[in-house]
Structure formats: C-alpha cells, structure tokens
Design a protein around this ligand. Structure first.
Ligand SMILES: Cc1cc2nc3c(=O)[nH]c(=O)nc-3n(C[C@H](O)[C@H](O)[C@H](O)COP(=O)(O)O)c2cc1C
Length: 280
C-alpha cells in the first residue's frame, strides 16, 4: 500500500486489542518523532510514554470520559519542552526567553504537532491505530505533577496507540475542493458554505444512532467501552435544546460555542502555572 493509501485509510481509532506495542516499534515511533522538522532545529519536544496499566488508568481519570486512554496499550504525552533549552542556555551563560514569547509558543506548538503527526502516520503504516486526546492542557496541573514534569515542560497533546479492534468508517469530510483556494483566497458564497457542510454531514437524523456514528463517534465508542454517560448526555442535550440541524448539533453539543470563551482562562492558567507567561 503506498503512502497516499495509508493516509486515506487512516481513521482515529479508539478501540484497541489488549496487546502491547513491542518495544522495537515504540523505539521506531520515537525515532520518527525525533527526526521531525522543528523551527531552528532546536527540538523543543519531550514525549512521556505511558504503558503501565496503573499509570494509564490514572491518566484516564485525569482527562475523564475517554476510556481509550486507559485501554490503549501505549499513550504518548507530547510535551512542549522549554526546560531543556532554558537549562542549556543557563549552563552556557546565555539568555533564553521563549517561555515568555507567544510567537515561540506558537512555533513550539507547531514543532510538537509535526512530531505527533509523524508518529500517527508511521504508526498507521505499521498496522497500529491512534487517536489524539486534546483535553490535556486543561488538566495539565495534575498531569505535570503526576508525571513529575518541571517548570517549562507542558503537556500539549496525548496520543493513544495500539492495535485496532475496530475502526470507524463513517467519519465525514469536506470535498477537497472546499479547502483549496487556487492562487488566492476566495470566500465561498453563502450557498456554497451551506452545501459544503450539508455534503459533509449529510441529512440530520435526529436522535438516530447512525447520526452519532457519523458526527459524534467518540460518544458511541465510549459507550461501547463502558462509559455510557457521554452518549446519554449528548442525547439529552439534543432533546433539551431541540437541536434540529447539523450546525446546531456541532455548535451546541459537540464543539460547544458556549464553553469556548468560558474555558479560556482555565487553559491559560495551566500554562502560567508551568512558567509560560506569554498570553498577555
Ligand atoms: C487537536 C485534536 C484533538 C483531538 N482530541 C480528541 C479527543 O479528546 N478525544 C477523541 O476521541 N478524539 C480526539 N481527536 C480526534 C478527532 O475527533 C478526529 O480526528 C476527528 O473526529 C476526525 O476523525 P478522523 O481522525 O478519523 O479523521 C482530536 C483530534 C485532534 C486533531
């Protein structure tokens, strides 16, 4: 299978076989992450590999409601690591101020995610599946304490990995022409915006399970792994808010607009606690 086919076949996997990832495979994944591009080649990245069942369960309790964090045989915590750079600068008698600079935070975030996505792709090509868990910055105080991370080390992303038991097959995507702008940006007309999302999500199916399989597959998967609350809460919220379109479902249930700004201060707080004072 060529790389294009591997990429087109890839789906986020949340249901894993109870089978460890061999250490030589973990080593290859780390090698690939270490070989990823980084701005100025300073490699501001560390990866904590979590394999022991008790530590996986503890991490899962921190992020809540995502049983794959406990069930995946391997979770990688992708950290922005300015501690190592800062320490080296101190030891060498030179200055490093990246932790106070938003521009360097942005570059560092990009560096970390380039490495993470490199791991996703290599893992897929080796027969593994993976899923990101993006909530970790909100619970970073607990994660940093438990995994003994010093100041200037910040857990940006979890990646759960393992051999897939099942793979979702109904995940909707835009037609590629929606995201391509030839030569310059051309805003879509209102009709084209509506069509792009209608074609992506298909008809709105009310409460039907197949709608959730397409538009909120995490909740279905969580339910199948013993975590019923998510699916039930989503169903109840749909009913309570009388959700009647894909857009209402996305912005009121899945990708909630009401929480976006509300959770912002909390996220910034965890960065500050880790010594990143760059959001001012
Ligand atoms: C930044 C980021 C954060 C994500 N966080 C989560 C998460 O917390 N839980 C989860 O189950 N999936 C998470 N995902 C996976 C997405 O839900 C998934 O990529 C999306 O539904 C599209 O499915 P696909 O990966 O199969 O194309 C995340 C993906 C990204 C890129």
């Amino acid at each position: 299978m060529d790389l294009y086919d591997v990429l087109m076949r890839r789906r986020s996997v949340r249901n894993f076989e109870d089978k460890p990832v061999p250490e030589d495979v973990v080593d290859k994944l780390i090698d690939a992450a270490n070989n990823a591009p980084t701005a100025c080649n300073v490699q501001p990245l560390s990866i904590v590999t979590v394999q022991e069942a008790g530590r996986r369960a503890k991490l899962a309790r921190m992020v809540k409601r995502q049983p794959w964090v406990k069930n995946a045989p391997l979770t990688m915590i992708f950290c922005l690591d300015f501690w190592r750079l800062k320490r080296w600068a101190e030891l060498s008698g030179v200055a490093f101020r990246g932790n106070d600079a938003f521009s360097h935070f942005l570059l560092g975030y990009a560096d970390v995610m380039c490495a993470a996505q490199t791991v996703v792709i290599l893992a897929e090509s080796l027969g593994l599946g993976s899923v990101y868990v993006g909530k970790v910055p909100y619970v970073a105080d607990d994660v940093r304490a438990y995994f003994e991370m010093p100041a200037y080390v910040f857990p940006l992303m979890l990646l759960c990995l393992g051999y897939p038991k099942t793979v979702p097959r109904n995940v909707p995507k835009f037609s590629p022409s929606v995201i391509r702008h030839r030569g310059r940006y051309r805003p879509l007309s209102d009709d084209d915006v509506r069509n792009a999302f209608d074609e992506k999500y298909g008809s709105f199916d009310g409460n039907a399970r197949r709608y959730f399989e397409r538009v909120l597959v995490e909740a279905v998967e969580a339910g199948e792994q013993g975590e019923e609350g998510w699916l039930e809460r989503s169903r109840e919220r749909m009913t309570k808010l009388a959700v009647k379109s894909n857009a209402e479902f996305v912005f009121k249930v899945r990708y909630r607009a009401d929480l976006m700004v509300e959770n912002n201060a909390e996220a910034i707080g965890t960065f500050r606690n880790a010594g990143f004072d760059c959001f001012k």
